[in-house]
Design a protein around this ligand. Structure first.
Ligand SMILES: [Zn+2]
Length: 294
């Protein structure tokens, strides 16, 4: 059971978001800053995302009538303009995912503020709008990033793990929605195999790696909750894996009472039902701590 289930639009039993983090080759450029530009294997592995996987994913979404959320580093917005245009033409949302996938914990202070704002500029310039949401590279949100989001008018984060369903985060400066992630619905553990950035996971068969996601969905569906996948085009956009996700989408749309939405669409809904007095979200007060604990 879920303590505080959210009433979804049209009485749907579960909200669903299949989100993608389109990191492309920003991962190797930031991980090996001095020579990543000449490591052609990881560059090519990353480029598979915007050039091969995203068009495949967008075609599935178009055919099924789905609008979904993509989180993209500002550097990738500049590097892959045709892909960005295709995502926008499909009516999808593009969220903030850092400048070049820098880890907020490793870039505290001025470097993080500069990277965050440089990415905002890229969004404005390339998509014509400011992002409504943010997902931290490697989920590593800091209080500084929370404060930057609030200061720049973002409406939600999607990097933290304190509940099963979306919840509110309150600071002295303002408030954000959290669209919570967790490792059981992320494709990195079953499919990432990437020595250069420190991951050597045993790659699982498509059906085996995806199976855990569908079990997570069943539990959320039964509880009237929120099911979100955190996927990467260069991992789950591969042919066999995406064929299975596509089949699951078709079966789910045909047989279940679900609401597929962008995360900004879910934020809209949460704003509407809380302002109308129909729902009181659970709220986490931030910062959690202001210094080392002894
Ligand atoms: Zn990422």
């Amino acid at each position: 059971m879920i303590q505080n289930p959210i009433p979804w639009p049209g009485g749907a039993k579960c909200a669903c978001a299949i989100t993608f983090d389109m990191d492309a080759d920003s991962l190797i450029q930031i991980a090996r800053a001095s020579d990543g530009f000449d490591r052609l294997y990881p560059i090519s592995m990353g480029r598979y995302g915007p050039t091969v996987a995203v068009p495949r994913i967008l075609e599935t979404y178009r055919r099924l009538g789905l609008k979904q959320s993509f989180f993209i580093p500002g550097w990738c917005l500049e590097r892959y303009p045709d892909t960005i245009e295709a995502i926008m033409n499909g009516g999808h949302e593009i969220g903030h995912h850092g400048w070049i996938h820098e880890d907020p914990v490793a870039t505290k202070g001025t470097p993080q503020t500069e990277a965050f704002e440089k990415a905002l500029d890229a969004h404005q310039r390339i998509t014509g709008q400011l992002p409504q949401g943010y997902r931290a590279p490697v989920y590593n949100v800091t209080q500084q990033v929370i404060d930057l989001m609030i200061r720049h008018g973002l409406r939600y984060d999607s990097s933290l793990m304190a509940d099963d369903v979306p919840y509110a985060m309150q600071t002295s400066e303002g408030r954000l929605w959290e669209m919570p992630v967790h490792w059981g619905t992320d494709d990195w553990p079953p499919f990432a195999h990437y020595d250069e950035i420190g991951y050597m996971m045993p790659v699982r068969a498509p059906s085996d790696g995806l199976k855990g996601f569908w079990e997570e969905f069943e539990a959320q569906y039964e509880a009237g909750g929120f099911f979100m996948l955190i996927l990467h085009p260069f991992l789950t956009g591969r042919l066999a894996r995406w064929n299975m996700v596509e089949k699951w989408l078709e079966e789910t749309l045909n047989s279940k009472d679900v609401w597929f939405a962008t995360l900004s669409g879910i934020a809209d809904h949460l704003d509407a039902i809380t302002q109308a007095g129909g729902y009181t979200p659970r709220t986490e007060q931030l910062p959690y701590y202001t210094g080392p604990q002894e």
